[in-house]
Design a protein around this ligand. Structure first.
Ligand code: DC
Length: 227
């Protein structure tokens, strides 16, 4: 069976997950949020009190944890050693730990095969940092979704405000800039645009416009022919 794969990469806060989820719904594909997998690993390390700089301990911990995905009504749930941790992985503490530990080879290798297996067996829209460049180099459609750090910080600020959480816009933007730097400058699988990716800057676009642009890109590359 040949599957159709759409890879979406880009920096934190560019809108990848919202957009990928909507596009997946329209296409009847499954949405694979790879960041959630890295986040579940970070949660495990935080719970164990393992230092983010202790590469040896992180490598050993990788052997103890099992990450898997389940879909409930087409919504991805991430399981850590069988426990559904989807509701526990979106804190700032987990975000920062995830960005730090995703530089390590054993962490990345642990998830690579699982991600490829999903794409081999299902039509997927998969988002992350290295999907078009490393995980699915043969994806039929590749998107690099970005937005200015200021716009991304503002989006995050509004999100937190709506949840009633106190936050500081400058601090959020600074944190985003630091995460971008770490994600783009690590040795293994850094965030970068695949040579054959379509670049979409969502700074001045609505969610609907970005979804349309992705569907159009996928359509142009023969999606309709595959039924
Ligand atoms: O997409 P996200 O914000 O949930 O990702 C959290 C962190 O995980 C991000 O800072 C970098 C890392 N990540 C990665 O290294 N590779 C991926 N494919 C997805 C996420």
């Amino acid at each position: 069976m040949t599957t159709y794969n759409i890879a979406i990469d880009g920096p934190a806060g560019a809108g990848k997950s919202t957009i990928a989820r909507k596009a997946a719904e329209k296409l009847g594909f499954i949405y694979v949020d790879t960041g959630a997998m890295y986040r579940a690993m970070a949660l495990y390390l935080l719970r164990k009190g393992i230092d983010r700089n202790d590469e040896k301990a992180i490598e050993a911990a990788c052997r103890e944890m099992e990450i898997s995905l389940q879909y409930c009504d087409n919504v991805q749930q991430v399981l850590l050693n069988g426990e559904n941790v989807s509701g526990l992985i979106r804190t700032e503490e987990v975000s920062s730990m995830t960005s730090s530990i995703s530089v390590y080879g054993p962490v990345r290798r642990k998830l690579l095969e699982l991600q490829r297996e999903l794409a081999r067996t299902r039509n997927v829209i998969m988002d992350g940092r290295d999907i078009g460049t490393c995980v699915l180099p043969d994806a039929q459609t590749k998107i690099y979704l970005t937005a200015s750090s200021h716009v991304r910080a503002l989006r995050r600020f509004k999100e937190l405000e709506e949840k009633g959480q106190m936050c500081n816009l400058e601090e959020i933007e600074q944190d985003i800039i630091e995460r971008d730097y770490r994600d783009m400058h690590r040795d293994i699988a850094p965030l970068k645009q695949a040579a054959d990716a379509l670049v979409i800057d969502s700074s001045q676009m609505t969610i609907g416009q970005v979804v349309e642009a992705i569907l159009e890109a996928a359509g142009k590359r023969g999606l309709e022919d595959k039924g």
